[in-house]
Design a protein around this ligand. Structure first.
Ligand code: GRG
Length: 304
């Protein structure tokens, strides 16, 4: 899809990030069915849901972790695109009236607002299946593809993202204890962030070495939680134009958040501590992990 990167961790983040974002956008465009393929209207809506928006954090994490094992960048493009398709599907379904009933996503009308509810359901279903089609058709070895499929399927399952969403829906109006809130977020958003990191490492030619697995696991755990705490903080401190979605929705919907549990200042402090923890986890990996460091900073300091 795109020329291969020149180096690994040595490339400054300011150059690395736009280059990877461009690769991923290009790969996603190529790996989603074209609007010219029947059924054209569904494919148009699937592309609307996925392309031209979003921070692509999961794709960036996949690429940054893959660089640690000198993974083939084209394999990383495919794995990163599959994760972004699952992520896009989850947002489309989460925005539906039966779930969060959101009107805006990434600054644009949500898929059900633009194309109708029935199409939005099919868009999510289509994106979910397409993610696994993409992995099945990658050029990696059978072992690599199996590891990628298993990692992504497990993260998306009722033991991961979908289970977390079920707990979230059941928790409306309840004051969950902190450990329960943490478990819900570990499943709902953390599972896919974890998969992004580990799938990058699965794109290496050998199975993930235990020391690396350990470091990446500690990193993703802290990063996933930091992401959610920052999300809760931004939800009460940022306006709709910047967020690209309706702010304050969780509070209005009586959903428990880190801000409602800890207060704004303590939630901000917690995000900083978790960012530190994520960076500490990378210490054994040295300078090669510079891009993963940069992504942890991005998560903690993001403004949308
Ligand atoms: C409906 C199956 C199903 C799952 C939904 C992940 C999820 C489960 C719902 C997302 C709801 C939500 C807004 C959670 C807050 C954290 C989050 C995942 C925010 C969106 O992720 P970003 O900020 O989005 O990475 P972009 O647009 O940058 O890709």
């Amino acid at each position: 899809f795109w020329p291969d990167p020149p180096t690994t961790g040595a490339e400054p983040l300011q150059a690395w990030m736009p280059r990877i974002l461009q690769r991923v956008e290009c790969a996603l465009g190529a790996l989603l069915p074209s609007v010219e393929v029947f059924p054209c209207a569904l494919h148009e809506a699937m592309r609307y849901a996925t392309l031209g928006g979003g921070k692509r954090l999961r794709a960036l994490l996949c690429h940054a972790a893959g660089e640690l094992v000198d993974a083939d960048p084209r394999l990383l493009d495919g794995a990163a695109s599959a994760i972004e398709m699952i992520h896009a599907y989850s947002l489309v379904h989460d925005d539906l009236p039966a779930m969060d009933n959101d009107l805006l996503r990434r600054g644009q009308p949500t898929v059900h607002v633009r194309y109708g509810e029935a199409t939005a359901i099919l868009v999510g279903d289509g994106l979910q299946a397409q993610a696994f089609v993409v992995i099945g058709e990658l050029s990696g070895s059978a072992e690599q593809k199996l590891a990628l499929l298993h990692e992504l399927a497990h993260a998306s399952s009722s033991l991961g993202m979908v289970g977390g969403q079920a707990i979230d829906l059941a928790s409306v109006g309840l004051s969950l204890p902190r450990e329960e809130l943490e478990r819900m977020h570990r499943m709902k958003t953390g599972a896919l962030l974890r998969a992004a990191v580990l799938m990058g490492a699965h794109c290496g030619v050998s199975p993930i070495e235990p020391g690396l697995h350990h470091a990446l696991d500690d990193y993703q755990r802290a990063l996933g939680l930091a992401f959610q705490v920052v999300d809760d903080v931004l939800d009460v401190t940022t306006d709709a134009a910047t967020l690209g979605k309706t702010p304050g929705k969780d509070a209005q919907d009586h959903k428990p958040t880190y801000v409602s549990l800890l207060g704004l200042d303590a939630a901000r402090a917690l995000a900083g501590q978790l960012g530190e923890r994520a960076r500490d986890a990378l210490a054994p990996l040295g300078a090669r992990a510079a891009h993963l460091h940069g992504l942890a900073d991005m998560v903690v300091h993001r403004v949308y």
